[in-house]
Ligand binder design. Sequence first.
Ligand SMILES: Nc1ncnc2c1ncn2[C@@H]1O[C@H](COP(=O)(O)OP(=O)(O)OP(=O)(O)O)[C@@H](O)[C@H]1O
Ligand SMILES: [Mg+2]
Length: 491
Amino acid sequence: MFGKRSNDPAAPRRPASQAPSGGAAPAEPAKNAVVALPTQTTPRAEAAEQTRRHSEEYYDVKTSVFNALIDTIDLTQLAKLEAAAAREEIRDIVGEIIQLKNVVMSIAEQEELLEDICNDVLGYGPLEPLLARDDIADIMVNGAGTTFIEVNGKMQKTGVRFADNAQLMNICQRIVSQVGRRVDESSPICDARLPDGSRVNVIAPPLAIDGPTLTIRKFKKDRLRLEQLVQFGSITPDAKAILEVIGRVRCNILISGGTGSGKTTLLNCMTGSIDSDERIITCEDSAELQLQQPHVVRLETRPPNLEGEGEITMRDLVKNCLRMRPERIIVGEVRGPEAFDLLQAMNTGHDGSMGTLHSNSPREAISRLESMIMMGGYALPTKTIREMIVGSIDIIIQASRLRDGSRKITHITEVVGMEGEVVTLQNLIVFEITGEDANEKIIGRHRSTGIARPRFWERAEYYNETEKLAKALANSEVRDAMGRTMGEADA
Ligand SMILES: Nc1ncnc2c1ncn2[C@@H]1O[C@H](COP(=O)(O)OP(=O)(O)OP(=O)(O)O)[C@@H](O)[C@H]1O
Ligand SMILES: [Mg+2]
């Protein structure tokens, strides 16, 4: 009744969307042999999140309208249309179907139904409403039935669910095929990127025991700046000024922090202090940085292909970028033997280079670096490696996500030198937890440790930044009731 397709190739067809490659088998193989629609296998798919739960009746109607739509349209033709035109086409047909089926629905419900169906046919199905929200940091799908999100540093369970693992797998496949990759039983781990820049990881059965597991780090359209970190209470205005000086005077910086603590965000912020005439080369596993300078070359690693060939590692990139006349090298995340090459670069005239590293404190960051270099197969004595670290890294900035979900910069620490075989560190600014309010929000303060002349003072002099630095350090000193700093009170 809706211009149903026949197997006659001459019969006119409505256009219809391209189905993702791979994934679930189509419900009607005879007619739809070339396509696999996620929702065909998933009649009860729900594009509902926590705030958008619908009645069972709604899903029944959706299923019946959806099935009628699939019978009506020609998916391969629809694939040739622009997204907006395809949406229009679906809108028209769905309107017709609703009329013909005498479905009683309010205009608002009809709009939602249409939206859900378009998401299933053209987009990422139940994920769409979550992808549309800008307040979400991460989307974590643990099999078809469970989806969590992180909002304001807190995990929340959502009402979003996929009809079954086949639909979820189909959507994962759709995502990774956009960057020319595949995910299936034979290659069950895959990194990819959404068109908007969001970072995606998929791990599929049999490795993920309870179904395909999809993790998305949402890309922030408006990148955070140091100014916003001050507004969020992650740092004080004075600590911000110190960070600006550190970035401007070309200290070599390591940003340390746990998973999702805000390392990449902070690295991005730190690049804001780089002058616009510097040549910057960035090396990342998945391009996340958004530098504002005009002279930036962005490099990205490549995983091996299905035959296990063609891998380009972070080390390859860092080594190569030394031949590209960089002034600053920025490594998204140091996690292996490239640590050695980055330190060498920092040591040999590429001052102002930066990188992030997974670790829970500045002290731990040093030992992580050390073990990365040792694991890279360099037969160097520990002392030599430590000397190399001391000679290369000037500042470690520690980012942390606290138990109340807030993100803070907890340390600005200088690498000072060696005492015997031990690397000496000196905190300039630390975040001290002083208590907790009634809503379990952590209360604390950033304070200077009383160091008035950091080791990079000379650099600051060279760049004419001493006044700003001295003022920010002095302002960060905590004063007692009598207005004395800690040092003055002790004296
Ligand atoms: N200071 C902050 N205040 C509030 N939100 C923040 C802050 N820093 C980062 N975020 C948000 O936290 C999320 C994670 O940040 P980011 O990607 O920088 O973390 P990461 O440490 O690099 O994570 P990963 O270990 O996964 O690479 C992002 O959504 C980001 O916008
Ligand atoms: Mg990161």
